[in-house]
Design a protein around this ligand. Structure first.
Ligand code: GDP
Length: 292
């Protein structure tokens, strides 16, 4: 089964983001530090055009730092400013404000030189679902405000939240529905909770998780389930080993349904430890193949 998106919904969300973008000087794109490339909107530059942007690797507390650091380099080489944050624990949020001021320093200096008194910098948060946008906004202003704005049917006037005397933030985040034709990206977005489970083929997602774990985090996989599989074992074979350990057979057959749910749940509750899903070597191999 192929993961399907709802183009109508997606188009509306993108339109809304574009409208709000007109109001701001700088955009904070939140991505999930466990898959910075897959959760990044590849069309960001098209959508955001000439605005300044900072890419925020949120949930930094959950990722494999060494692997994610390669993605920081990757984005920096493309000219982006990258900041790591753990919004849940309010870590490094002030760095975002500092970087935003740095990015706009030149523009402000030009205004001052012309005798214009600069107004506060206006910013907004965008990103795919579940990367931590509401948490980020709430922690930045130390209140619980962004959630209420997300409820369907609750329309309220947009507000500027004062982060300090120089910078304001739009109180509602822009939700991006990334366009992707790569099913692997879809499966990673499902694992991080950006795509609803009821439109996702969870069997494929869990087999893909096994594939990623066996290739990059075999020890974590073996340790969690007290199994002893190898990276050249078939994914289904590994799933059956997990099933054998954790569930009773049903009518002589493995309880695949429960095992699929368990694997995904264990990823989402960090039972495998610190994992980065976007593997940098994989990207390099693909780029090399494309060049040949
Ligand atoms: P949104 O859909 O992008 O607005 O995401 P939310 O703000 O609703 O956050 C989704 C989930 O991720 C919530 O359970 C948050 O508590 C959690 N979360 C947000 N930021 C972080 C973070 O930096 N680290 C961790 N571990 N969890 C986070």
């Amino acid at each position: 089964m192929v993961i399907q998106w709802f183009p109508g919904h997606m188009a509306k969300a993108t339109r809304e983001v574009k409208e709000k973008l007109k109001l701001v000087d700088i955009v904070f794109e939140l991505v999930d530090a466990r898959c910075p490339l897959s959760s990044h909107n590849m069309y960001l530059d098209e959508v955001v055009k000439d605005k300044k942007k900072i890419i925020i690797f949120n949930k930094i507390d959950l990722c494999d730092r060494a692997e994610t650091a390669k993605w920081k380099n990757y984005f920096e080489n493309k000219g982006y400013t990258v900041v790591y944050t753990d919004a849940k624990n309010s870590n490094n949020l002030n760095k975002v404000i500092d970087k935003a001021k740095e990015e706009l320093a030149e523009k402000i200096a030009r205004q001052v030189a012309k005798g214009i008194k600069p107004r506060a910098i206006r910013s907004m948060v965008i990103g795919v679902p579940n990367v931590g946008k509401s948490t980020f906004i709430n922690k930045l202003i130390k209140k619980n405000i962004a959630n209420t704005a997300n409820k369907p049917g609750v329309t309220k006037k947009q507000q500027w939240l004062k982060l300090n005397k120089d910078i304001e933030l739009l109180d509602t985040p822009g939700i991006l529905m990334p366009k992707f034709d790569n099913q692997e990206i879809g499966k990673k977005l499902s694992l991080i909770g950006s795509i609803k489970d009821d439109i996702t083929p969870l069997d494929d997602v869990s087999l893909y998780l096994i594939e990623l774990l066996k290739e990059n985090y075999l020890e974590n996989l073996n340790n969690l389930y007290k199994i002893n599989v190898n990276s050249d074992d078939e994914n289904v074979f590994i799933m059956e080993k997990v099933a054998e350990k954790r569930f009773k057979k049903i009518g002589g057959d493995y309880d695949y349904d429960s095992t699929i749910k368990l694997l995904i749940q264990d990823f989402r509750t960090q039972k495998f430890g610190l994992i980065t899903l976007d593997n940098y070597n994989f990207l390099l191999e693909n780029e090399e193949q494309n060049e040949n």
